[in-house]
Each structure stands twice: as C-alpha cells, then as structure tokens.
Design a protein around this ligand. Structure first.
Ligand code: NAP
Length: 248
C-alpha cells in the first residue's frame, strides 16, 4: 500500500490514537501539532519503532501560510497525500452563550472551522482528479455537540462543529466525482485532555452514568472508525456521519 496520511492535532488524544493506528496499517504518517512538540515526537517515535514512517510538523491550522507549509512538507517528505484527518480542535471554559465575548468566538471559529476549511482546500488541490491527482479521502472530526448544542457548557464549540457538518456535506458533493470521499465522525464523550480546557477534567466520568452505555469512549475506538472511513472498506460512502457516542 502506498498511502500518505496527514492528521491535524495528531500528537495527543484522538489524533494520536489515529496516527498510531494508521502507522500500524501501513500509512506514511504526518503528525501535525500546534504547541506540544514533545507529545508529537513521542507518537512519531512510536510509529517508527513499529517499523512505520512518520514525521511531526508544527503548524497552526487556522493560519493559511502555516497550512501551506505543512502540506508542502508532506509533499516533500512523504509523497502524494491520500488521506486527511481534520482532527485538530479546541474548546474553552464552560460558560453560557450570554457570557461569550468576541475574542473567544474568533478563537473557536479559527481553530474549529477555518482550520478544517484551509486543510481541506489544500487536500483537494492535491487529491482531486480535476487537478491531476489520484483521489483520496477526508475525515472530519466533528462532535455529538453539533446535534446536542452543548447548553450551559459551550454552545460556541457546538456551533463550530455544526459548521464542520455542513462543510462535510457540501464538500463531499463538490468532489464526489473527483475521486475524493468526505465523511465525518461525531464522537460523544471521549477520554482525552480536551475536557480540562473546559475547566472540568473529570467531565466524562461525571456524565458517564447518564449515558446509554454508562461509559465514555476511548480515543482508540474513534480511531478505528476514522480509519474505516478512510479505507476502501467504505468506498461507496461519502457525505456521511458516523456517530460514536455510545447511543447518546
Ligand atoms: P486533545 O487531546 O485536546 O487534542 C487536541 C489536539 O488538537 C492537540 O494535538 C492540539 O495540538 C491540536 N490543536 C488544537 N488547536 C490546533 C490548531 N489551531 N492547530 C493545530 N493543532 C491544534 O483533544 P481530543 O479530544 O483528542 O480532540 C480531537 C478532536 O476531537 C477535536 O476536534 C475535538 O473537538 C473532537 N472531539 C472530541 C471529543 C472528546 O470527548 N474528547 C468529543 C467530540 C469531538 P497540541 O498538542 O500541540 O496542543
């Protein structure tokens, strides 16, 4: 197999689990990170120790110049991109909508909406048969929050994932006959560090007893579904959403 994958925010959490699984499946892996170089380096070392190929590239996905440099690095060091996982994302302290200010909204839209748009654009220019590419697949990491709305926690975050859902549908239809499939996963409550950003590191354990499955999910469970949506096993699936929320 000759597949090259770029995972944004691939140094920690869901992105890291996806990078490790992709490495084991034979993908050449680019682990993008914004700040945590040490975690990204650890994931790259693990893929290499397993006999795989991996690099780590720092870039803020909401900055177009950095995104262009990120994709150019993948071109030069790993070869033609065939898979993109728009995983990087962020949230901020739990608050009501009437407490949110302009600066926070700008940060959330930038990380969670502008980032996936800029990265998807770069991927399409490389994968699309319209540009002479050989096709590929994109998976966006949305959230169950886009359905639930996250009241009293972060309606801004939920709305940003709603935008990701719309982009998933729209882009999937734009490039359906250009060799590119675009799908999304919508995780529910997954054990990662993201909940600490909201001010409640133990959020998953607090909510778990009220979930249909009575437990949170793991990053590895999400990674399995991402790899499925990237693989030929889902070759007739595009513009689709896979809910990974334990029935929530
Ligand atoms: P996490 O452990 O906090 O990891 C987030 C990753 O995103 C980090 O690697 C971080 O980079 C990176 N990142 C954030 N902003 C970035 C930017 N502007 N440019 C580049 N990288 C950036 O979170 P996670 O739970 O794995 O979340 C991954 C995705 O899953 C997010 O899109 C999140 O919204 C979504 N999700 C998570 C859950 C959940 O319960 N955990 C549920 C639904 C959806 P650094 O390591 O350099 O800081």
């Amino acid at each position: 197999m000759s597949e090259t994958i770029l995972i944004t925010g691939g140094g920690r959490g869901i992105g890291a689990a996806t990078a490790l699984l992709a490495g084991r499946r034979g993908y050449r892996v680019c682990v993008n990170y914004r700040a945590d170089e040490e975690s990204a380096a650890r994931i790259v070392d693990t893929v290499r120790a397993d006999g795989g190929t991996a690099i780590a590239v720092r870039a803020d996905v909401s900055r177009s110049a950095e995104v262009e440099r990120l994709f150019a690095t993948v071109d030069a060091e790993l070869g033609p991109l065939t898979a993109l996982v728009n995983n990087a994302g962020s949230l901020e302290r739990q608050a009501r909508l009437d407490e949110l200010d302009e600066e926070r909204l700008t940060r959330i839209w930038a990380a969670n909406i502008t980032g996936p748009f800029l990265c998807a654009a770069q991927a399409v220019r490389r994968m699309s048969t319209r540009y002479g590419g050989g096709g590929g697949a994109i998976v966006n990491v949305s959230s169950a929050a886009s359905r639930i709305g996250s009241p009293n926690e972060y309606v801004d975050y939920a709305a940003s994932k709603g935008a990701v859902d719309s982009m998933t549908r729209g882009l999937a239809l734009e490039v359906a006959d250009e060799g590119i499939r675009v799908n999304a996963v919508r995780p529910g409550l997954i054990h990662t560090d993201i909940h600490a950003l909201g001010g409640e590191p133990g959020r998953v354990d607090r909510v778990a007893p009220n979930l249909p499955m009575r437990r949170g999910g793991t990053a590895e469970e999400v990674a399995e579904s991402i790899l499925f949506l990237l693989s030929p096993a889902s070759s007739y699936t595009t513009g689709a959403f896979l809910d990974l929320a334990g029935g929530r």
